[in-house]
Write a protein that binds this ligand. Structure first.
Ligand SMILES: [Cu+2]
Length: 155
């Protein structure tokens, strides 16, 4: 019975990989916070949230030890004016994604407890409707630096 332990291990691995996938259908890519002038009392976080699950996912709140208050916004064009609309949740469609970016959805971070500059890292906890909490470590980056990261230059 040489193959028996190996088979058990294989089933165990399959079991665990399956549970892990079921528990976390969301992935968070390229999260960053834009560096703001020292006088600014507000900062903005961007990221791409992918939902591999069969059901829509909702992020109902966010907290960080670096900010006193966090809310969700969507920038909308109204009579040729860009207006920020408050959103009670960030909703990620099933088998879809929500891109938080300038001019669209974003996470608004109010009243930094300490001054943050490019290179700093911020703990951001996102609470989901199902009770899960996602802990992200989000780097603060200069806007231009980020744009350079996104350009696809070959040297
Ligand atoms: Cu905003």
């Amino acid at each position: 019975m040489k193959s028996s332990p190996l088979l058990s291990l294989l089933f165990l691995l399959l079991f665990f990989s399956h549970t892990a996938a079921a528990e976390s259908s969301l992935t968070f890519d390229g999260a960053w916070i834009a560096e703001a002038p020292p006088s600014s009392r507000v900062m903005v976080a961007y990221m791409k949230i992918k939902n591999s699950g069969d059901q829509i996912a909702k992020i109902i709140s966010a907290t960080s030890d670096n900010f006193k208050r966090i809310s969700f916004h969507q920038t909308q064009q109204e009579n040729e004016m860009a207006k920020m609309k408050h959103m009670s949740t960030l909703t990620i469609p099933a088998k879809g994604q929500l891109v938080l970016e300038a001019g669209s959805h974003h996470i608004m971070l109010f009243n930094p407890v300490k001054k943050l500059k490019a290179g700093d890292q911020v703990n951001l906890d996102l609470k989901l409707e199902n009770g899960d909490v996602v802990n992200l470590v989000v780097p603060v980056m200069k806007q231009q630096m980020k744009q350079m990261d996104h350009s696809h230059m070959h040297h």
